[in-house]
Design a protein around this ligand. Structure first.
Ligand SMILES: [Zn+2]
Length: 141
C-alpha cells in the first residue's frame, strides 16, 4: 500500500537526519506549520527503541523552540494523530489568537478567514533556527 510520507518528503524539507525530518507543511492558513516525520514507516511511538523515542521528542521540542524564536506565537500545538496516515509524524503548529481556528484545534470549526501574517522568507528563517536548536541539543547530550 502506498504511503504519502514514504513516497514524498511531505512538505518543504527544512532539516533531516538518519531518524527523521522536519518539513514546512503546505498549509496556507498556517504559516510555520511544521511536521516532524519519522523516516521509517512505523506506526506508534512505542514501536521505537527508547533512544529513538527520546531523539524524536528532542527534535519535536527543537521545532517548538525554533517556532517560538522565529514567530513568537501565542501558543504551540503539538499533535500526533496518524489515523489517516499511520506513519509516525508530529504536528508542531504555531497558533495565534487571530488565526483562522483559534481557540479551536486547526482541524476544528473555523472562526475567521485570514491567516496570521508571516514574512515571505519564513522557511529560510525557520531552517536557520532549526539547525541552531538541533546543534544546541546535540551539544547538551
Ligand atoms: Zn510511510
Amino acid at each position: 500500500m502506498s504511503c504519502p510520507l514514504c513516497d514524498s518528503p511531505g512538505g518543504t524539507l527544512l532539516w533531516r537526519d538518519d531518524l527523521c525530518r522536519i518539513v514546512l507543511a503546505d498549509e496556507p492558513d498556517y504559516p510555520g506549520f511544521l511536521r516532524v516525520i519519522l523516516n521509517a514507516h512505523i506506526k506508534e511511538m512505542t514501536d521505537l527503541s527508547v533512544a529513538d523515542q527520546q531523539r524524536l521528542l528532542q527534535v519535536v521540542l527543537a521545532a517548538e523552540s525554533a517556532l517560538r524564536e522565529v514567530m513568537a506565537p501565542d501558543k504551540i500545538n503539538l499533535a500526533s494523530l496518524g489515523n489517516v496516515v499511520p506513519h509516525l509524524h508530529w504536528h508542531v503548529i504555531p497558533r495565534f489568537a487571530d488565526d483562522p481556528h483559534f481557540p479551536n484545534p486547526v482541524w476544528g470549526v473555523k472562526q475567521r478567514g485570514t491567516p496570521h501574517a508571516a514574512s515571505s522568507d519564513l522557511d529560510a528563517q525557520l531552517a536557520v533556527e532549526l539547525n541552531r536548536q538541533l546543534a544546541r541539543a546535540r551539544e547538551m547530550e
